[in-house]
Write a protein that binds this ligand. Structure first.
Ligand SMILES: Cc1cc2nc3c(=O)[nH]c(=O)nc-3n(C[C@H](O)[C@H](O)[C@H](O)COP(=O)(O)OP(=O)(O)OC[C@H]3O[C@@H](n4cnc5c(N)ncnc54)[C@H](O)[C@@H]3O)c2cc1C
Length: 322
């Protein structure tokens, strides 16, 4: 195998955790198959991130330093990636399935003439095929998908792999790219932040989520206290988004965000399949619910049966004292 190309998405001058997870998986495949891992960093802070990319397994780092890439216009990024695809001719192009990746991958597929296996939870190169598993139908079923094309793009669900530090060669390739020529007619007017609380939901390693059991401002305050004690992001079910307690950007599930943190605490959430579709991949799930028959307990690693208004203060206090 020649090489594997990974696009590393950045946010707030850091490489996203979900991108490092994909890089780690690609390093593993490359070590087994004797291939190189090349990565693309395109942002104002690309230079400062070369070392981190190398420490997670990058052999070659295409560093394109331009703050305009921080603005999320898809046309220049698709143009840049398709150029680097033609330089590298990689066996596999992999990227985290972020909202930005979803925006760019169709265009990249057409420009580079490569098929896409989107939104997969595992992937591999097996003989002359790229094989992957893709959760479908609100994650109730797993589809096994494959492509025998010589080069294939995969986008990978966050949390599917662990980010494991493993030194690559880290050779920097200064790639010159004409941003203005590829930008087309799109103009970026504004970037609205979707953070609820202090931590970004899609990158968080701990998420505390509210369901309809959280009934009022008092319940919200208890949940926020637990989240800030744990340094967690705050999520929500559609029920509490629809009743106005939480913004739509916090919604997790089939029609919201898909998260897979190390720890997911479901507070007053029944466990409807449409919600579970967005969090079932979390490593450890803790459910707090007063109904011992609530379906969420079928997915939980640990369950606490009781009133969240009594449990949250005690849990927060115990964590503060530990
Ligand atoms: C097409 C479609 C798409 C959807 N997409 C999504 C989606 O993306 N995300 C999503 O979340 N939903 C989605 N839904 C809605 C989904 O079906 C459920 O209605 C919703 O997830 C229920 O939210 P909930 O668990 O907060 O509320 P409920 O189902 O009402 O559950 C509330 C839970 O809180 C517990 N409780 C109540 N009081 C307390 C207390 N004091 N202490 C402890 N526990 C308490 C109750 O026992 C109950 O189990 C979708 C539905 C459809 C049809």
């Amino acid at each position: 195998m020649s090489s594997i190309l990974v696009y590393l998405s950045t946010s707030d001058d850091k490489i996203r955790r979900s991108s490092l997870e994909v890089l780690s998986r690609c390093r593993e495949i490359a070590d087994r198959d004797g291939a190189d891992v090349a990565v693309v960093l395109a942002s104002g802070s690309a230079s400062g991130l070369v070392g981190e990319a190398a420490s997670y397994g990058a052999d070659r780092v295409y560093a394109v330093v331009n703050p305009e890439f921080d603005g999320h216009l898809n046309a220049p990024l698709a143009a840049l990636l398709s150029q680097i695809v033609s330089v590298e001719s990689p066996r596999l192009v992999a990227m985290a399935g972020t909202e930005g990746a979803k925006d760019v991958v169709g265009s990249l597929s057409v420009k580079a003439g490569l098929p896409v296996l989107p939104d997969v939870s595992s992937f591999d190169v097996a003989g002359n095929e790229v094989v992957a598993v893709r959760p479908v139908m609100a994650a109730k079923k797993l589809a096994r998908v494959r492509s025998a094309a010589p080069s294939v793009i995969v986008t990978v669900r966050s949390g599917s792999y662990a980010a494991v530090a493993k030194e690559g060669r880290g050779e920097r390739v200064d790639y010159s790219f004409d941003y203005a020529e590829s930008v087309g007619t799109a103009v970026l007017r504004d970037v609205a932040s979707a953070k609820v609380g202090a931590v970004d939901l899609s990158e968080a390693s701990v998420v505390v989520s509210a369901g309809r059991g959280v009934k009022d401002a008092d319940g919200k305050a208890l949940l926020e206290k637990l989240a800030s004690t744990l340094g967690a992001a705050i999520g929500a079910t559609r029920a509490v988004v629809e009743n106005g307690l939480y913004p739509a950007t916090a919604q997790i599930g089939q029609t919201g965000k898909v998260v897979s943190p190390e720890l997911y605490i479901a507070v007053g959430i029944s466990g409807a399949i449409q919600h579970v579709a967005g969090m079932a991949n979390s490593r450890v799930i803790v459910a707090i619910n007063k109904d011992e028959d609530a379906p969420i307990f079928q997915y939980a690693t640990y369950g606490i049966v009781g009133d969240l208004y009594r449990i949250l203060p005690a849990l927060t206090e115990a964590i503060e004292q530990s």
